[in-house]
Ligand binder design. Structure first.
Ligand SMILES: Nc1ncnc2c1ncn2[C@@H]1O[C@H](COP(=O)(O)OP(=O)(O)O)[C@@H](O)[C@H]1O
Ligand SMILES: [Mg+2]
Length: 234
């Protein structure tokens, strides 16, 4: 694996006719790492930063769609993609582009089912992992799919649910992943604001705008946005 590589593989899918719509998939083949939590709050933070955001729930569990049902207002359009609709994802994204959306955030299931089609259409893939060996090892099959669909250089792991610093273990994992060039910045600390925000249909930047949790999410969106623009430009 050459995680620093930047080009899509020869013959890999191209963006197609999606105008200015960018696709951020949040994916890793393990449950409970924080995909839905980060997808929801990043979608809101991106909207606050001026993106026209659609958040699509590809997980049959429907947690993101349930969050969306609690929301009022239209800052983020939340929709559910059923398993039998995943084959039409490219068309669905095309419609979002026509509607003038600029960012689609795809929340995915913690299993391999339906993952490859979602990742194939992504411009960037964020993989939340907790700072534990089991989570990081469990990310390997997803990394393999990313390589297979030609997304080399267009993904990053984010350490989520980190213990409050100082945490030597978290720092050690961060150093390893940073050395491989696959670490998103900053890591996200375990904070109840994330849980309370999701429970009330809010992003954490809406729920507690002045909190450290909100600051981390805004910083993570800024990092992802810059990374997506940098890889687009290549
Ligand atoms: N940064 C965080 N701080 C506190 N709790 C978190 C954080 N990220 C996720 N959680 C909690 O961890 C659990 C799993 O998160 P979830 O987003 O549902 O993961 P996934 O979608 O990967 O299965 C939930 O109870 C969620 O509230
Ligand atoms: Mg989930």
């Amino acid at each position: 694996m050459d995680p620093q590589g930047s080009e899509r593989e020869p013959g890999a899918p191209t963006r197609g006719d999606r105008g200015s719509l960018r696709i951020l998939a949040v994916a890793v083949q393990k449950g409970g790492t924080g995909k839905t939590t980060l997808a929801a709050s990043l979608a809101v933070a991106a909207a606050e930063a001026g993106e026209r955001v659609a958040a699509l729930d590809l997980d049959p569990q429907g947690s993101l769609a349930g969050w969306g049902a609690l929301r009022s207002g239209d800052a983020v359009a939340v929709d559910r993609i059923q398993p039998w609709e995943i084959g039409q994802l490219a068309e669905i994204l095309g419609v979002l582009a026509e509607e003038g959306r600029t960012l689609a955030v795809l929340d995915t299931a913690g299993s391999s089912a339906g993952l490859a089609p979602a990742l194939k259409d992504a411009d960037f893939v964020l993989m939340p992992v907790r700072p534990s060996r089991l989570d990081i090892v469990a990310a390997r099959p997803t990394l393999q799919i990313l390589m297979d669909v030609g997304l080399r250089g267009r993904f990053a792991l984010v350490l989520n649910q980190c213990p409050a610093p100082p945490s030597p273990r978290t720092s050690a994992y961060a150093s390893q992943l940073r050395a491989l060039g696959v670490l998103a910045d900053p890591g996200i600390i375990h904070r109840v604001d994330h849980q309370d925000a999701l429970a009330t249909g809010l992003g954490v930047t809406e729920y507690a705008p002045a909190s450290p949790a909100a600051d981390e999410i805004r910083a993570l969106w800024t990092w992802i946005d810059a990374k997506m623009r940098a890889t687009e430009a290549r």
